[in-house]
Design a protein around this ligand. Structure first.
Ligand code: GLU
Length: 434
């Protein structure tokens, strides 16, 4: 009987979960779902100085938020005796020696090779040195040794991790050999590069998952985007559900070349997921988000908040964009943005005053009635509707672009609309006075 496959994600809690490690976790998770493998979370927390509880909590939180769940969790800090035992076995068999309280592995300087499931045959002709500390004098193991012992003891069959670990693999293989262990399969994922082609830096998206969450990205969209970093569902498709990804995913189809991170692409994927949400769901997400940010004015009516938020569902790429878009719907002290000047230089005080009297008479201020009245007024004035639409939009929202004007007017309601049109008249009055 085939034994169950096992994978692991092995973060060090020395920092927050960022895009690169989240992608590694995700590819392991997809593999586990596809082959019904066990998914182990192994916390590599033997570096007492740098490991922090705060980071660990954030990593667990972010994984859960992304929907990446695990079957079992191990903490290396609770397994120190195990590593020492195995290190002592190497000392007994003269493959390691003790110096100043540390245990040092001495390797045979052989050429060594392995078949990477993504990259194919990889051979190392020579290694830079012939010894490696495996247990430090404070009793804690070094990464390569703990990793190798654990991968075997936990029964890991497939090690899926970033390409930056390729240089560690020969050392680990020599340790497996010395301990008479059978090594797992290895699959090294391509590096994530910045859009400029260099290393992913803080400026180019190497931010933590938490920061993306705080900026209002949806977990489903992040997961979809992470999948595209090194893998493609085929047929030029970019939006793919997890269920489909599980069905289509193959390690051998992961790219060998680096994957370029693009914030624009992530924004686009996120906007697609936002558009797909049912309005109720979008409203729930958006409201929670704006409330968490203390953005909404005190005492504002829920119905109004809902109408405003729904105006922008198809216009934003992330929830935080809502703050800028909806500001003028919630607060009166918005300003006219720079790019509206060429609209505002055309003074139409008389026409707008006339429009105000017409709008004031409407008893049901819904978008259909408003539009009818608006167009009739423009005609009466001998103007094209567009001549009025642009300044009115600026008056109502402070911006030159936005959702359909008549929808905006319906949401704002008659009173606000008139107040804001009067404000525009006042603005023209004042600019004239200067
Ligand atoms: N703790 C290591 C890291 O975060 C794990 C490497 C591995 O997967 O072997 O990079």
């Amino acid at each position: 009987m085939d034994r169950r496959l096992k994978v692991r994600f092995a973060p060090s809690p020395t920092g927050f979960l960022h895009i690169g490690s989240a992608r590694t976790a995700l590819f392991n998770w997809i593999f586990a779902k596809k082959y019904n493998a066990e998914f182990i979370l192994r916390i590599e927390d033997t570096d007492r100085g740098r490991s922090k509880e705060e980071y660990l909590n954030e990593i667990l939180d972010s994984l859960q938020w992304l929907g990446i769940n695990w079957d079992k969790i191990y903490h290396q800090s609770q397994r120190l005796e195990i590593y020492k035992d195995y290190a002592n076995k190497l000392v007994e068999s003269k493959k390691a020696f003790v110096e100043d309280g540390a245990i040092i592995f001495r390797y045979e300087l052989d050429s060594i090779s392995f078949d990477d499931l993504i990259r194919g045959y990889i051979e190392f002709k020579e290694l830079p040195k012939d010894t490696e500390v495996i247990i430090k004098s404070d009793g804690t193991p070094t990464y390569n040794f703990a990793c190798c012992v654990d991968d075997v003891l936990l029964g890991i069959t497939h090690v899926i991790r970033g390409e930056d670990h390729i240089p560690n693999t020969p050392k680990q293989l020599l340790m497996y050999r010395a301990l008479n262990f059978t090594p797992p399969y290895f699959a090294h994922l391509p590096m994530i590069l910045s859009s400029e082609g260099g290393k992913l830096s803080k400026r180019f998206g190497a931010t933590s998952i938490r920061e993306y969450r705080d900026a209002g990205y949806l977990p489903e969209a992040i997961v979809n985007y992470l999948l595209l970093l090194g893998w493609a569902p085929g047929k030029n498709r970019e939006i793919v559900s997890m269920e489909e990804a599980v069905r289509l995913f193959e390690l051998k189809n992961v790219n060998k070349t680096g994957a370029a991170f693009s914030l624009d692409k992530l924004d686009w994927v996120n906007s697609e997921y936002i558009k797909k949400l049912a309005s109720e769901e979008f409203f729930k997400y958006a409201k929670e988000f704006l409330e968490r940010q203390n953005f909404l004015p005190l005492g504002v009516e829920e119905e109004y908040v809902k109408k405003v938020i729904l105006l922008f569902q198809n216009r934003i790429s992330k929830l935080s964009d809502l703050k800028e878009w909806t500001y003028s719907c919630f607060f009166d002290n918005y300003t006219y943005s720079q790019d509206t000047q060429e609209i505002l230089v055309k003074e139409l005080s008389k026409e707008i005053s006339f429009l105000i009297t017409k709008l004031d008479k409407i008893s049901s201020f819904d978008k259909i009635t408003v539009e009818k009245e608006f167009r009739a007024t423009a005609q009466e004035l001998g103007l094209k509707a567009g001549d009025l639409v642009h300044p009115v939009r600026v008056a109502l929202t402070g911006r030159r672009i936005g959702p359909g004007l008549f929808e905006v007017m319906e949401v704002l309601g008659k009173e606000r609309v008139i107040k804001r049109l009067l404000r525009l008249l006042n603005f023209w009055q004042q600019t004239k006075a200067i």
